[in-house]
Structure formats: C-alpha cells, structure tokens
Design a protein. Structure first.
Length: 258
C-alpha cells in the first residue's frame, strides 16, 4: 500500500514504532509508526472502522488485558508498552477525553478534586488552586466560578465536556488524547472546545481523533490519515489537505469514500 510519512524534525512528545492492535481474531491496527511533536495538535482522521480510536487508546494503555498490543510506544525514552509499566502511572501523564461528556455525578468542584485526592493531594490550598487553574485552562471558569458546588450534571453538554477537559488537566498531564471530543456537541459548544484546544497547545501535546475534516483542518498542526488500520499519510495538516502525496488520502479528503 502506498504511504507517505513525513519526518517532523521536531522534539517529540510520544511515538509509536510498528504498533499493532489485535482484538481476538480481528487485527484493527497494523504496523503503525508515527511521531507526535511536542506542544502541537495532531489530528487522526479516517473512515469509520479505520482503527483511529483503537490506535489512540493504545497510547495511554486504555485497552484491557484481552487486547493484544504489539510494538513500541516510546514516551520520555521509555517503551511504555511493556507489562512492567504501570498503566495508571501512564494515564497520569497521558490523559484522555472521550466522545460523550462523562462527568461524575458530583459537584463541579469534586469532579476536579476527585483524582487529585486519590493521588494523595489533600492540601486545600493546592486543591483550590488546581480547581481554578484547570477550569481556566478549559475555558470554563468564568461560567462556573460562582457555582462550584452545583452538580456537574446540571451543566450543558458543552460545559460538561470542558469540565471533563479540566478534570483531565487537573493531574497536570503532559499529553491529552481526545476521541471525537466535539461530536456530541452543537456548533457553538464545538467552537468553544476547539478554541480551548488551541489555547492548550501552549502547554500540552494534543492528539485528537475526529471524523470531521473541517475540524481537523481548523485545529490541528499535523494530520495522520488512517485506512483499514494502517497509517497512510502523515504530514503537516495544510500539506495533507492541500497537497496530499497519496491518492487514497486525496480521495478521502475530497469525499470520494468514507
Ligand atoms: N472492543 C472491541 N472489540 C473487538 N473489535 C473492536 C473493538 N473496538 C473496535 N473493534 C474493531 O476494530 C476496528 C477499528 O475500530 P475503531 O473503533 O478503532 O475504528 P475508528 O476508526 O475509530 O471508527 P469510528 O470512527 O467509527 O469510531 C473495527 O473493525 C472494529 O470493529
């Protein structure tokens, strides 16, 4: 299969080498080697079933034990795809935001502090500081600062998703994985989540799976195109969208399949 993977020549946040993911008899990701530059947004695009979510979930060891993940995932010079590496520690550094907002049925405040307390942070000044900083980073603070004890379930869908982003940021991760974070949101909430992502790039590396090609071209610096479980093309987003090297990428972005 024709492929084109551009070298970034940038400092990397994480990289996979020959990654493959197998569910029982069904191999969903094949021989995928990709580099994710630090403090950039990389979009993973491709048709339904092309393996985008499966690949993303392997980056912070979200797959359960029944799923086989072969190959290397290099993070800070360590292959984190080794059984001896604790997946809970990995997830503190590499957070995940899901497609549907999934706040806890707790107050806004407790959504943020829950994981912190579980990780032994109990000093109330530190907790208050993290609540404020995380909500500000997720562009939600101004809307909720007077209502921190309100149930998160009373927020709108878009606010709930930004709360989930704040919750992921409260542990000060290095990388944020986002699986279709705006697909359940209306256009105004989507724009707020995208604006939040653009701001976060300064401090975080973001990898986003999206069906929405306009979204990929609006928010991302780099784009990886997946087809049938393989990386077909990886390059700067403008190059992927304007001058794709591979015919299959061109067909996909021009709407000829998918
Ligand atoms: N938990 C699972 N168990 C078995 N097979 C799975 C599981 N999750 C995904 N698959 C299979 O892996 C392949 C890739 O699915 P995946 O969800 O990663 O694709 P995707 O590109 O993210 O699709 P979509 O855009 O529809 O979410 C598909 O064939 C799918 O049926």
């Amino acid at each position: 299969m024709d492929t084109f993977i551009a070298p970034t020549n940038l400092e990397l946040a994480i990289e996979t080498k020959n990654l493959e993911v197998i569910y029982g008899d069904n191999q969903a990701v094949f021989d995928s080697s990709l580099e994710f530059p630090r403090h950039k947004i990389t979009a993973i695009i491709g048709a339904s079933g092309s393996g985008k979510s499966t690949y993303l979930r392997s980056l912070n060891r979200m797959h359960d034990k029944s799923v086989t993940v072969n190959g290397q995932i290099i993070y800070r010079s360590v292959d984190i795809n080794q059984p001896k590496i604790n997946e809970y520690e990995v997830r503190k550094q590499i957070g995940m935001v899901f497609q549907r907002p999934n706040p806890f049925a707790k107050s806004i405040r407790n959504n943020i502090t829950f994981a912190l307390k579980k990780n032994g942070i109990t000093d109330s000044r530190v907790l208050e500081e993290r609540i404020e900083t995380s909500l500000k980073e997720a562009a939600l603070w101004d809307e909720v600062k007077d209502d921190l004890d309100k149930s998160a379930l009373e927020l709108s869908g878009g606010q709930q998703q930004r709360l989930c982003i704040a919750r992921s940021l409260s542990l000060r991760p290095d990388i944020l994985l986002m699986d279709e974070p705006a697909s359940a949101l209306d256009p105004i909430s989507t724009e707020k989540v995208e604006a939040t992502m653009r701001k976060l790039r300064k401090d975080y590396t973001i990898i986003i799976v999206t069906h929405n090609m306009q979204q990929a071209s609006r928010v991302s610096d780099y784009t990886a195109f997946f087809h049938q479980g393989r990386v077909i093309e990886f390059n700067r987003t403008q190059d992927v969208f304007q001058t794709p090297h591979v015919k299959m990428t061109e067909d996909y972005i021009s709407g000829n399949f998918g």
